[in-house]
Design a protein around this ligand. Sequence first.
Ligand code: XMP
Length: 509
Amino acid sequence: VILVLDFGSQTAQLIARRVRDENVFCQLVRHDLPIERIREINPRGLILSGGPASVYADGAPHPDPALFDLDIPILGICYGMQEVCRAQGSEVSPSLSREFGHTICSVQKQDPLFEGVPPEFTAWMSHGDQVKNLSEHFTALAATDSCPTTAIRHHTRPIYGLQFHPEVTHTQFGSTLLSNFVHKICGCQGTWRIASLIERQVEAVRELVGRNRVICGLSGGVDSSVTAALLAKAFGTQLSCIFVDNGLLRKGERDNVEEEFTGHFKTDLHVVDARQRFLDALSGVSDPQEKRKIIGRVFIEVFQEEAASIPDAHFLAQGTLYPDVIESGANPDGPAATIKFHHNVGGLPERLGFELIEPLRDLFKDEVRKMGAELGLPDKLIWRHPFPGPGLAVRCLGEITEPRLDTLREADAILIEELHKADLYRDVQQAFAVLLPLQTVGVMGDARTYEDVIAIRSVNTEDFMTADWSRLPYDFLQRVSTRIINSVRGVNRVVYDISSKPPSTIEWE
Ligand code: XMP
């Protein structure tokens, strides 16, 4: 195992994930993990992450100084490198020319860390401090125009530092550098597989849960499904799943969940039909934020009532992923800055009185997908586009009624089916139909119509924070439009959304 000591960088977890991509198990731990604990874990290598602080500032996070005497290979990245230098007697101070973004680095000295890296490459920087007087223990391996010590190593011991971020894709040969560190310098074999992580998590939750009963909320999405599948593997009979049908789901969603979690995984599945309750609560409401609030509130009520009917439940499992943790700033232990408050109405408050289990908390989406495949979930579910907690309510603009939801659901199902047929579903990251709150004039046969408009939204995105509209082929859009207008009653027009995020958002509400 390789440990990443987290000094609060936005990309600390990404380092761990890049190392796992090398088939080496890697975990993020607190920056001040006591030396005794590190000895116990006995890692092959340590990586010190970047962080927002300055190493010389009051209250800056520091590792246990005994770390440097362990004789385990160490790689410090950005702040981590400055920590390495500070601990070994180099001077770190604010630099006159700060470096942000793409910077050309030139390799000065051959070293196993730089094997396979050309003499010049572009690296991604984000630092204002730099190492001024490198102590005599170190030698510079690479430099930039304004920083002579952009990569360093200890003369005699396997202690390295990189001022740039090898974990981000903007750094050329970043994965080569990390691969060299874990394989060539730490001597890892690269035999770890996602299956080992499943085993590890299964053991960990078994130990935590003992003989207690665990409740898992299912949403139909990949995260909660993988969580439930993992728990089903760990202790099938102690698991109860709750699926709330709020009437705002995509077509076939409830059937799919039932098939998977009673048919395949044979869990104790509680499907709560709360369609009417949600409809009643949403009656007459058009404001998007108001809709979200109501749905969030009713969801918690319904969930709580159902959970109370399950005796002896002590734990609640949630499919929180790493990006959710960082976006909601929900990691009170870490020195990271909060980026965005997540607007997930599926989240349950702590006051429900359960102890939380979040077995996917350290993982990225694609790792969760791999895990799902390994656990035997079908491809169709694993590659499902994300669906917002408030569901069709925020895609049914204006007032929510059952007939309007039915219209939207049918149109959406046609779009999704056509995307699958044309083998385009996995080329776009999120696609859906939106029902507009207005009528337009059409002509069908010889008669005038005055009916609903459906908008089609499809986006390409890496992280859902920014997105571009998908350049779907015209003949595909034509097919979707014809099918929707011909077969969804009450719709006489289909339009395609060609806005990017920002300034638009992905959802319309
Ligand atoms: P926006 O519309 O903000 O969406 O560009 C970004 C991503 O978040 C999803 N989304 C939500 N998810 N509850 C959720 O659970 C919400 O209220 C919500 N609003 C947007 C959206 O589908 C997209 O994937």
